[in-house]
Design a protein around this ligand. Structure first.
Ligand code: ADP
Length: 541
């Protein structure tokens, strides 16, 4: 027997429509590269987005066509996002920080027809266009006065939509239609496209709004630091309007001072970003002596969160840190490190120990931990294995069938991460499978050593990689980037690690570098480190 309830389609136009109808005056604040602030609201963004839908339709864009954006978090980018998805087109967010060859590969593979780009990306676009002939039209996300000089045809966003009506009818299609396209950054092989559906994004939004997940509310002012091109912006482009939270879009400036200024000026209560952004903010706060009176909670994910960061934000600034884990293929959020009742009753050290695990699954998702042969492993918090995941917000196959069949016979997707799961359901990443250091048949977690090393007061960024060793297969070495003006020796660092990790985990060498390279989403770029160290030899003593 079927239920007798209405069957509205779960499409993402719902979120902006809801915000614009019931919280029309709730602010959307956007700061551009020059520091200029534009104040709008959800009613204003809906009008802009409707005009975008009309302009796209006029340009011949139909359901399923790919519309690309390349830009920082801004109100025009937000309007472009909803303008494309809500008319049934597929929004494809390109990451301007990737290498040109990767961007060209991705734009061609996606079949992008229209490109809406930030004016600061004009040079990248100039190099991209000859290599991506499918792009029919370039719109710059700015007004006529801010248009960059180009020797290719381009239109200012404000001019492009100026004559369009703000009345385009949204939604009304199947919730299983494609909605967004996002490529993994391709640390191995070519980038692969993850094609979200309206339904998967809708469900992800509902999941991430839970009190034990992002817990956003109408009273929050949300600073969206995580870029809109990074893994679906962790869904916050949907979840903030869904609850009518004030939304602050910071543009390209992510340094500590710029972030702190916005938090103060706009009364930000909640934010989300990768650890490197928060480390930069912490360094700035400590050196400037500034405080953040309004900020209450931050979600940190994308890379492991060092214990030092959790304690410093809580103890020095009264900000609660929650770690999130996920990947482009998981929409992206899947686990959060919020305390269970049992953990909340523990002493402080035990609570922090759970905060620095990647956390517990959101309802509706399932985990499997297996050995190399696919045999299930126990959830005892010690045995580590391949982490596999299943659920309605998890990828089923890559765009264009790349990589072939990617689910196992039970429908689980292999995350490429190696992890433990404890008796309380807390998952902890040991490493990415390709970054784990295999020494003498045992595995050493590069993440764990890095997290301890950044707790040393002189260290800004730490990276551990495995280097070939004739007897042990691989041995770990530690690269350190010191904070400006700080000094430390290799022996200082080894002394600091001693007793905190097993003896056989101790790095065989410590290299001080001017800069540990970060990839296009702010994570340590181990592929590049390995390339730079091809001629490196371990000390023989
Ligand atoms: P990529 O880095 O390849 O562009 P993603 O941004 O989707 O792709 O990154 C997903 C990966 O990032 C995960 O598989 C995991 O290795 C890592 N990751 C994400 N969040 C965390 C976290 N909280 N702790 C440790 N690793 C994380």
């Amino acid at each position: 027997m079927l239920g007798l309830m209405q069957s509205g389609q779960l499409t993402v136009d719902t979120f902006l429509d809801h915000a614009a109808t019931w919280q029309p005056g709730r602010e959307v604040v956007s700061r551009d590269a020059a520091g200029h602030v534009t104040r709008s609201d959800y009613a204003g963004i809906r009008n802009l987005a409707k005009q975008v839908s009309a302009a796209l339709a006029r340009a011949g864009i139909k359901q399923g066509d790919r519309v690309a954006t390349m830009g920082w978090n801004s109100h025009r980018h937000l309007a472009a996002w909803y303008g494309a998805t809500n008319m049934g087109a597929v929004l494809h967010t390109l990451n301007p920080r990737l290498f040109l060859e990767q961007i060209a590969y991705i734009a061609n593979h996606a079949g992008d027809r229209i490109l809406l780009a930030d004016p600061s990306c004009a040079d990248v676009v100039a190099q991209l266009l000859p290599q991506a002939p499918g792009i029919e039209r370039v719109i710059f996300l700015c007004d006529a006065a801010s248009m960059p000089q180009t020797d290719y045809a381009a239109t200012a966003f404000d001019d492009w939509i100026a004559g369009e009506p703000a009345e385009y009818a949204w939604g009304g299609f199947d919730e299983n239609l494609a909605c967004g396209l996002c490529y993994t950054s391709g640390t191995t092989g070519n980038p692969k496209g993850v094609l979200y559906s309206h339904r998967s994004n809708y469900l992800h939004t509902m999941l991430t709004l839970q009190a034990d997940a992002l817990a956003l509310s109408a009273r929050d002012t949300v600073l969206l630091v995580v870029p809109m091109y990074h893994a679906n912006a962790w869904g916050v482009v949907y979840s903030a309007p869904a609850v009518g939270a004030k939304l602050v879009l910071p543009g390209p400036r992510m340094d500590g001072e710029s972030i702190c200024d916005l938090i103060e000026a706009e009364g930000v209560t909640y934010s989300a970003a990768v650890p490197t952004v928060w480390q930069g903010l912490l360094q700035y706060l400590r050196s400037s002596g500034r405080k953040m009176d309004t900020l209450q909670r931050v979600t940190i994910g994308g890379s492991a969160v060092p214990e030092m960061l959790v304690r410093a934000f809580r103890d020095e600034y009264g900000v609660e840190v929650t770690q999130g884990w996920g990947m482009t293929e998981t929409s992206p959020l899947a686990t959060l490190s919020t305390p269970s009742a049992e953990v909340a009753a523990m002493d402080d050290d035990a609570q922090v120990a759970h905060k620095i695990k990647q956390g517990r699954l959101m309802c509706g998702l399932r985990f499997k931990l297996t050995d190399d042969a696919g045999k299930p492993l126990p959830h005892d918090g010690e045995t580590f294995g391949h982490l596999k995941i299943k659920g309605p917000t998890i990828v089923a196959e890559y765009f264009g069938g790349e990589g072939g069949e990617i689910l196992d016979s039970d429908g689980y997707f292999d995350t490429g991460d190696v992890a433990t799961i404890d008796q309380r359901g807390y998952m902890q990443i040991t490493d990415r499978a390709k970054d784990v250091v295999k020494s003498g048949g045992e595995w050493i977690s590069s993440i764990e050593i890095e997290n301890i090393a950044v707790g040393h007061p002189a260290v800004a960024v730490a990276a551990v990689i495995g280097v070939a060793h004739p007897k042990w297969d691989e041995r770990p070495i530690l690269l350190c980037q010191l904070k400006p003006g700080e000094t430390a020796t290799g022996d200082d660092l080894l002394g600091f690690l001693e007793g905190k990790i097993a003896k056989w985990w101790m790095p065989d060498d410590i290299l001080f570098v001017d800069e540990v390279p970060l990839g296009a989403t702010g994570k340590i770029d181990k592929k590049l480190i390995r390339q730079r160290l091809t001629d490196y030899a371990l000390p023989t003593a």
